[in-house]
Design a protein around this ligand. Structure first.
Ligand code: F6R
Length: 606
């Protein structure tokens, strides 16, 4: 939520900042703005709307050039999207960009108003800018330190001062921010893709460390002004991974990257044919000792957890509770120190999931993060971490991150089941080898899914639709439904197929689309009966099942056949058409699936 960038170097900072912001638009696109230092003055350009509007405005201003500046792309929290509420905020002496929420901004604002400050915007950020101005009397470090001691909440701040024409200052707490280290050029950014084009070397910044980047390099001090030695890490993401690479949208590119993402995630974790998660400290002995497992996450990551629950319980016979992180943190869960809490998060920075992690640790449980972004909060704070290797996920709607999260759950479930003695070594090896075949099958499936485009055209005018399934197919349909609604704006719900008759079937009217997922052979006849029930009430049914199952016309209007694999692994294949249907429906409706309205990736506020 909100992306911040900063640049110091020999290049024209306007171009670099815009380019860097374009890689962070997934964090919000309500407004964009930059502030640069030019000839001892601060110049600001900001505007409501997507970055391209700012770019247009800058094109018509030939004076906007410098070598040091900050930038922002906003997901509005306090104050509607408008020019005045856009970042940067500040005055002729200083300018700031902010990602996060200042919780005590009302008290600070009234203090500052009493001191004579007049506020223009409705943002919490303006309070920080004015407080900084209040404390600034020539020493930026002193002013930043005093501000940091007074503000409460979450923040990643990029700051420039008129008196320091080649320096960007930065500080963070509970919002991500890293420093990019190039050749004679330095960056601050919310995320690595912002500067990948220029450098893959970066420094992680801890809470309330104060950063200075200028022509002589990077320096970091703690809140007491003591220098901190920082290590430079190297990101294994390349520049292409943050570009569209010939695809029309990031979402489509990322769907197509899934075979590679699965392979890179599972291959290093298979040894002698068996899953091996020992890299993070998971051993069969440790696994065997857990009584209960909790999976906590938000949105798509939570849906991956739902699948994880079905797989783990089926194979390992360990009880798994799945919680939405925003509920978990307030429901006073019953967890003991023999339990394992798994936090699933692409970004590793989701506010509610971070808080769930804190609670789980406080209660004495072991914590395991399944995280995509290296060095993110959850990756650093969980007792154990398993990185998914999806590469940067730029599209707001998560696809490849979901795929690798479920791949990780398969490996985990196989290892746990073997550790608990609920499957034999032979079965564990067999299941692992079937998992290894998945990337190729997903690749083949992606080649043959033109039918999804046709189906999308049949759905695009629907007001509402249902996704139904049983067992693993129900867990999967939750994700199918979320994907469609977030990128196509069509209302949809997922239902356990057997639950329809208990109320929801009254919604079914003539021509209402129902997407039925039926890949679990044991449950096939049951789901088929539910499909017939909606079909006889006029529903238009899209039926997703094994390609070798013959579905009668009486049951389905369209059938999507999936190549067969063990039923337990079918979700990894069946998710592909669900993602593609969502993508093509969005495109058919003229929506940009990469930037659905009101959404932002990486929800760093509660
Ligand atoms: C939906 C989507 C979101 C995220 C959720 C959690 O497509 O991407 O539902 O899954 O906001 O985000 P992470 O995984 O970063 O914690």
């Amino acid at each position: 939520m909100c992306g911040i960038v900063g640049y110091v170097g020999k290049k024209d900072c306007t171009n670099v900042l815009i380019d860097a912001l374009s890689k962070l638009e997934y964090r919000g696109y309500d407004s964009a703005g930059i502030a640069i230092l030019d000839n001892d003055s601060i110049k600001v350009k900001k505007t409501k709307g997507e970055l391209k509007i700012l770019e247009e405005k800058l094109r018509s201003d030939s004076t906007f050039h410098g070598h040091c500046g900050i930038g922002h792309t906003r997901w509005a929290t306090h104050g509607e999207p408008s020019d005045i509420n856009s970042h940067p905020h500040g005055n002729a002496r200083l300018s700031i960009v902010h990602n996060g929420i200042i919780e005590n901004y009302k008290e600070l604002k009234s203090f500052l108003e009493k001191k004579g400050y007049v506020f223009e915007s409705q943002t919490d950020t303006e309070t920080v800018a004015k407080l900084l101005d209040f404390y600034y009397s020539g020493d930026p470090m002193e002013a930043i330190t005093r501000v940091v001691k007074e503000i409460e909440g979450s923040y990643a701040l990029g700051i420039i001062f008129k008196d320091f024409p080649d320096t960007v200052f930065a500080v963070r707490k509970d919002s991500p921010m890293i420093v990019g280290v190039g050749d004679d050029e330095y960056f601050i950014a919310s995320d690595v893709p912002a500067f990948l084009k220029y450098t893959n070397r970066y420094i992680l910044i801890e809470e309330n460390e104060i950063v200075r980047i200028n022509s002589s390099g990077v320096s970091v001090t703690d809140i007491h002004g003591i220098d901190v030695n920082k290590q430079v890490s190297v990101a294994d993401w390349d520049m292409e991974s943050a570009e569209k690479g010939g695809f029309e949208h990031f979402m489509l590119k990322e769907i197509n990257e899934q075979p590679t993402a699965i392979k890179t995630t599972i291959t290093p974790r298979i040894s002698n044919g068996m899953p091996d998660l020992s890299e993070c400290g998971i051993t069969p002995e440790r696994l065997a000792a857990y009584n209960n497992i909790f999976i906590v996450a938000c949105g798509t990551a939570m849906h991956a957890g739902m699948l994880g629950k079905y797989i783990i319980e089926k194979l390992a016979r360990v009880s798994v509770t799945v919680d939405v992180a925003s509920e978990f943190r307030y429901r006073d869960p019953i967890i003991s120190d023999n339990d394992l809490v798994i936090l699933v998060s692409q970004s590793g920075e989701t506010a509610d999931t971070k808080e769930a992690l804190r609670i789980a640790k406080e209660m004495g449980a072991d914590t395991l993060g399944i995280v995509n972004v290296k060095g993110s909060f959850i990756a650093r704070e969980a007792d154990m971490v398993l990185y998914t290797h999806a590469g940067p996920e730029i599209a707001v709607a998560s696809t490849k991150a979901y795929m690798v999260q479920i791949a990780m759950f398969y490996l985990f479930a196989f290892e746990l089941a073997y550790a608990k003695g609920t499957i034999s070594k032979e079965e564990c090896v067999r299941l692992t080898s079937v998992l290894e075949q998945v990337p190729e099958k997903v690749g083949a499936l992606l080649e043959t899914q033109s039918s999804c485009q046709y189906i999308a055209h049949q759905l695009m005018n629907a007001d509402s639709l249902l996704y139904i399934g049983r067992g693993l197919d129900y867990a999967l349909s939750m994700e199918g439904s979320l994907k469609l609604k977030e990128v196509s704006y069509i209302h949809s719900e997922s239902y356990a197929a057997g639950e329809l008759k208990h109320g929801t079937i009254s919604l079914v009217t003539d021509e209402m689309p129902v997407i039925a997922v039926a890949t679990q052979r044991k449950l096939y006849e049951k789901t088929l009966n539910n499909v017939l029930e909606v079909k006889t009430r006029g529903a238009k049914v899209i039926f997703i099942t094994h390609e070798n199952i013959n579905v009668s016309e009486e049951a389905a209007d369209y059938v999507i056949g999936i190549p067969s694999i063990d039923d337990i692994l079918m979700p990894m294949l069946a998710i592909v058409p669900l993602q593609l249907i969502a993508y093509y429906t969005s495109v058919a409706k003229g929506i940009n699936p990469d930037k659905p309205r009101n959404l932002a990736k990486s929800v760093t506020v509660e």
